[in-house]
Design a protein around this ligand. Structure first.
Ligand SMILES: [Zn+2]
Length: 511
């Protein structure tokens, strides 16, 4: 199987903006919500920030030790200004609100570059206004990765943070860090690890050791993040697998309460990755939990490759370890001992605090025995490979079935209070209904084009791909032909296409 390497992280910077004269024991920060429409982390809560611009390095920054720090501060200050209209510069006290607005207009319209603008208005940046509080790298499970510098900054007096109307951010608010962290604990918001860490660190107040506390986590010092807790009790633990590009990792999930631990899809066949997962499992068990079992969403090797190793690892601590899967998955995996069969609408309960009930949904399409899990209390859906946060879902017959797949997507979209989707690959999806709608309309759109191609006498998957998949690189054409076959089978079932004795496909209208 083909494998690919994870993308190189791009340099970025973000600002944890503290409210002017904030109460030191309950500091308030400016928290923004990313628009639902954004492909990357749409719907997540975050801090203002963004990617380095080539011109950022041209800005002089007083008291900055080296070029890298200077560039990061320049980027952070520019992004903050662009996104919230807050300008953290020296020499800018005399600027009125109106002048700042026209500066912003100059910058955003491209009339003036960031370095030219600062120079023209005799403004300058000073590193002592920007306290470095960490550098975090997006784990390699994401299509877009950043190496982000975080700075803590006091908002200047008399400047009100307000969002620019570029549509990237949906809302922004001053909120006590502790209150924001509580919202995460109540499963009301989603945030990536550095944002959560900042909220938690600040919730303990602006103490003398604040910066030390920020930097105390190895992840804040550039060490890769392994455990990602987008939501409490659900740890996303990506493991390296031989999977379908652009993915390089499969998400294993560690669902835990105060008493129980359930592992979903330990998929890595690689010893180092199995070892890392075993260590994370041991840590959670070491805190007093019992092992509830391993659940497999579906049959594919990148989701089941580490099951036997984990079972072996837990042999001594757990004599009656359960592996759960759908009957069709169990039947297709003779090398794995499946102890318990799960069927549609069964409910798995993890005892402890909080008590977690997971409703099992049999959702075929990507694989015949595919299962999703739904936690109605928090609106959390574990979608396996039916919906993913990275790349696309392959429907490859006969394991894959397009009609079943669309039906499964409809069922997921009909869940009453979805708030997040945890997929088998890539980051969590915080805009679930929009994502499901996109998936369905993408497939129906392709289906329509395939039907038109058949009506115009394209008779084989190869000919159809050449006409319809003009946006796909020729390297991916073999896989596209599999997807076309899945669409053709659906169109046959719908009565719109039929296959002739010579294998060619024709429209029933012209047949
Ligand atoms: Zn799969």
């Amino acid at each position: 199987m083909q494998t690919s390497t994870a993308p190189i992280p791009k340099d970025a910077a973000a600002i944890v903006l503290l409210r002017h004269n904030t109460e030191p024991r309950h500091p308030e920060v400016f928290l923004v919500k990313r628009s639902d429409k954004l492909a990357f982390l749409g719907g997540f809560h975050a801090f203002p920030g963004g990617q380095f611009d080539p011109s950022d390095a041209e800005v002089p920054v007083e008291h900055a030790a080296d070029l890298a720090l200077r560039t990061a501060i320049s980027c952070a200050a520019r992004e903050l200004f662009e996104e919230t209209q807050v300008l953290v510069v020296r020499g800018g006290d005399a600027l009125t609100h109106g002048q700042r607005a026209s500066l912003l207009d100059d910058l955003q319209s491209g009339r003036m570059s960031w370095p030219a603008l600062l120079k023209h208005y005799q403004l300058h940046l000073d590193a002592s206004d920007f306290t470095f509080v960490g550098r975090w790298v997006t784990p390699p499970f994401s299509a877009r990765r950043f190496d982000t510098w975080f700075f803590l900054v006091q908002a200047p007096a008399k400047q009100n943070a307000r969002l620019s109307a570029d549509g990237e951010l949906e809302s922004g608010e001053w909120i006590a860090a502790g209150a924001a962290h509580n919202r995460w604990e109540r499963s009301e918001i989603l945030a990536v690890p550095p944002v959560l860490h900042a909220l938690k660190t600040l919730s303990e107040g602006l103490t003398d050791d604040l910066v030390e506390r920020f930097l105390s986590l190895p992840n804040a010092r550039h060490e890769p993040v392994r455990r990602i807790e987008f939501r409490p009790n659900y740890i996303c633990f990506p493991v390296r697998t031989p999977t379908k590009p652009p993915a390089t990792h499969t998400n294993c999930y560690l669902i835990h309460t105060s008493q129980s631990l359930l592992v979903i899809d330990p998929g890595s066949p690689y010893e180092d990755e199995q070892g890392a997962l075993a260590k994370a499992v041991d840590e959670l068990l070491g805190e007093g939990r019992t092992f509830s079992g391993i659940l497999l969403t579906h049959v594919h090797p990148d989701h089941v490759g580490g099951v036997n190793a984990l079972r072996e690892h837990l042999r001594d601590v757990c004599d009656d370890l359960h592996v759960w899967a759908h009957q069709l998955t169990a039947a297709a995996l003779p090398e794995i001992k499946v102890d318990q069969i799960l069927a549609d609408e069964e409910v798995l309960v993890l005892e402890g605090e909080p008590r977690i009930s997971l409703r099992v949904m049999h959702t075929p399409g990507h694989a015949r025995g595919h299962l999703c899990l739904y936690d109605e209390r928090t609106g959390t859906l574990l979608s396996g490979d039916n919906i993913v946060g990275l790349g696309s879902v392959l429907i490859d017959p006969p394991e894959g079935n397009m009609r079943d797949y669309l039906h499964s997507l409809d069922r997921m979209g009909a869940l009453p209070n979805l708030s997040v989707i945890f997929g088998g690959h890539g980051p969590a999806i915080a805009n679930p209904y929009r994502k499901i709608d996109e998936y369905i309309s993408h497939r129906l759109d392709r289906e329509q084009k395939i039907l038109e191609a058949v009506r115009q006498h394209a008779a084989t998957p190869k000919e159809i791909v050449a006409q319809v998949y003009t946006d796909v690189s020729p390297k991916a054409h073999a896989m596209a032909e599999r997807a076309v076959l899945a669409h053709l089978e659906k169109l046959v079932a719908d009565g719109l296409v039929s296959q002739l004795g010579d294998g060619n496909w024709v429209s029933t209208l012209s047949a």
